[in-house]
Design a protein around this ligand. Structure first.
Ligand SMILES: [Zn+2]
Length: 224
């Protein structure tokens, strides 16, 4: 064993990550940084979009559908998960303070006229509709008219901001002794207790899909 090996061997006891880096280096992984993360059309649209949106909104690009949506009953709907696992939205506008998705945007180029692409587009539209995410389709252009884009986007974001979809708000329902069902996921909820803070120990019903679904219901309404 070479002297330097001995040294790094000793060091790796105290700094195990050193060993990790050395191993990776010798393997010469075949990854390279892409020079075209956004295509010219995507980048051109991104610049217009970012000039229109203030700090209240954040733009994400190339977002995987499976990171935006979840499948309500995953065990019985594996095929539905597989259908969103490899698909992406071109852009996703999120509310900056909560990062809650507010609007999906797809840039339509000539490839969207192909029949398999149309099928994919229709599926993505239906996914967005089912989950309550507005989706805007913008035809690819050499230059975008900011006014036109603003006129399309502003009303959607305004409505989303002023009337957010009712979620995570405990709703008072008719008293019942049975376990409530999550209205979003259509599955039985589970009894949980607040872990910390001034309401520590207080029980509530939470969705079993937490944290993907944060719908809650008060226990009081169920047993009163
Ligand atoms: Zn739920």
């Amino acid at each position: 064993m070479a002297v330097s090996d001995k040294k790094s061997g000793c060091l790796s006891i105290f700094f195990p990550f050193l060993k990790f880096f050395q191993k990776e280096e010798t393997q010469a992984l075949p990854y390279r940084l892409r020079d075209d993360f956004l295509s010219p059309a995507e980048f051109s649209f991104y610049k217009v979009l970012s000039s229109l949106l203030g700090g209240r909104w954040t733009i994400q690009s190339k977002v995987r559908l499976a990171d935006v949506f979840f499948v309500a009953r995953p065990n019985e709907n594996i095929a539905f998960f597989n259908r969103i696992a490899q698909k992406h939205l071109d852009f996703l506008v999120c509310h900056t303070t909560s990062m809650k998705p507010a609007l999906g945007i797809e840039l339509d180029d000539s490839s969207h006229r192909r029949s398999n692409r149309q099928e994919r587009d229709e599926f993505v539209e239906n996914v967005c509709k089912a989950a309550g995410l507005p989706l805007l389709r913008v035809p690819v252009q050499r230059e975008y008219n900011s006014r036109e884009i603003a006129a399309q986007i502003a009303p959607i974001l305004k409505a989303n901001f002023e009337n957010p979809a009712p979620q995570s708000q405990p709703t008072v329902e008719k008293p019942t002794n049975s376990v409530p069902v999550c209205p979003k996921c259509d599955i039985p909820m589970v009894l949980r207790a607040v872990a910390q803070g001034e309401h520590k120990g207080k029980q509530f019903y939470g969705c079993s899909n937490y944290p993907q679904c944060r719908v809650m219901k008060p226990v009081k309404a169920q047993i009163a």
